[in-house]
Design a protein around this ligand. Structure first.
Ligand code: FAD
Length: 320
């Protein structure tokens, strides 16, 4: 069986948090390796919202997902760490000092593991209504790769959280009009986003509305809505595009088979990002603790803490 050289630190997951972790490892002169299951690093930013603006990362009043990934790569890749894409971590076996990560491309030995696998796979939560989902690729979007698709369009955004609000803001300037529906009576996005949307004449916020059906031919033409009581509205909304932003399905849960203390699909960590297993740390969306917020900025702090804790662990254990 092929086996790579033993690394000090192996980071599982090349999203923003894993990339920043790789930089932190380099800064600490650790021999680091990063494993990413997809063929490109960048995580949710690269694969789910490359063109969406991000407003809440320190030092960047405004930056797109793809631009932030480019900056993170520039920062991380200044050190001679090993970055392997197309490598999925499956199982783990450990001795007291060494962890062996079994992947689709062989076994990787390491003294420390930092898990930054985010939400695992990026599977958008679907409407689960074949009559609606049949329009995917014909004006109905679960993933938005190009904002220009919405130029001069009448767009319906379905969802009431931060993603829905972010999409509405991102396309409002280029679309003819944006309607945002949410099944609840109040939107759950950031207060500032809500104010901006409320004050934008091109945006209509419609709480207590559910997407019941979609009409169209070669593409989406109209959206049939119903109210909170389930009563259909008499007139459809004329639309050219519909963005469904009702969340992502939770990760695959492989890490529950690694002997880690889990809370659902998330890994419980201490304030130094240690898991219940020695030499295994977690950070970013996959890590949980009281008061956790799933934000890029929070993940950056967590992984910096994890690398510092990993450094202490390595010094205590291996460097006397
Ligand atoms: C539409 C949308 C908009 C958002 N907007 C914002 C925003 O404006 N501001 C903000 O702060 N946050 C935003 N977020 C949330 C933000 O994207 C996440 O908090 C962030 O991506 C978490 O980073 P991560 O590195 O922990 O995980 P991820 O970005 O999920 O990256 C994890 C990586 O690990 C890889 N991986 C998973 N399992 C394995 C495995 N077994 N082996 C190897 N690799 C594996 C994945 O392929 C992925 O590349 C948004 C999210 C969405 C969906």
């Amino acid at each position: 069986m092929w086996m790579a050289e033993t690394a000090d630190v192996t980071i599982i997951g090349g999203g923003p948090v894993g990339l920043f972790g790789l930089y932190c490892a380099g800064l600490n002169c650790l021999n680091a390796r990063l494993l990413e299951r997809l063929d490109q690093v960048g995580g949710q930013l690269e694969h789910l919202y490359p063109e969406k603006p991000i407003y809440d990362v320190g030092g960047f009043p405004h930056i797109t997902g793809r631009e932030l990934v480019a900056r993170l790569k520039e920062q991380a890749f200044q050190y001679s760490s090993e970055v392997l894409t197309g490598v999925t971590a499956h199982t783990l076996d450990s001795t007291s000092d060494i962890h062996r990560i079994h992947t689709n491309r062989g076994v990787f030995e390491t003294r420390v593991v930092i898990i930054t696998a985010g939400i695992g796979e990026f599977i958008p939560r679907r409407m689960m209504n074949p009559a609606i989902d049949q329009f995917e690729g014909r004006g109905l979007y679960y993933v938005v790769n190009r904002l220009s698709d919405f130029n001069n369009c009448r767009v319906l955004v379905v969802g009431g959280g931060d993603s829905a609000a972010d999409w509405a803001m991102a396309i409002a300037d280029r679309a003819q009009h944006v309607s945002v529906i949410h099944r609840r009576s109040t939107f759950q996005c950031h207060e500032d986003s809500l104010r901006k949307l409320e004050n934008n004449p091109r945006v209509s916020l419609m709480p207590n509305r559910v997407l019941r059906a979609v009409g169209g031919d070669d593409r989406v033409r109209e959206a049939w809505l119903q109210d909170a009581a389930g009563d259909p509205l008499a007139v459809p909304l004329e639309v050219d595009a519909i963005i469904i932003a009702i969340g992502l399905l939770p990760g695959t849960g492989i890490f529950s088979q690694w002997g880690l203390d889990m809370d659902g699909n998330e890994i419980r960590v201490t304030s130094s990002m240690r898991t219940n297993r020695p030499g295994i740390f977690a950070a970013g969306d996959i890590a949980t603790y009281p008061g956790k917020v799933k934000l890029i900025a929070a993940g950056f702090g967590e992984v910096a803490t994890a690398v510092e804790a990993a450094q202490s662990y390595l010094s205590d254990r291996f460097r006397g």
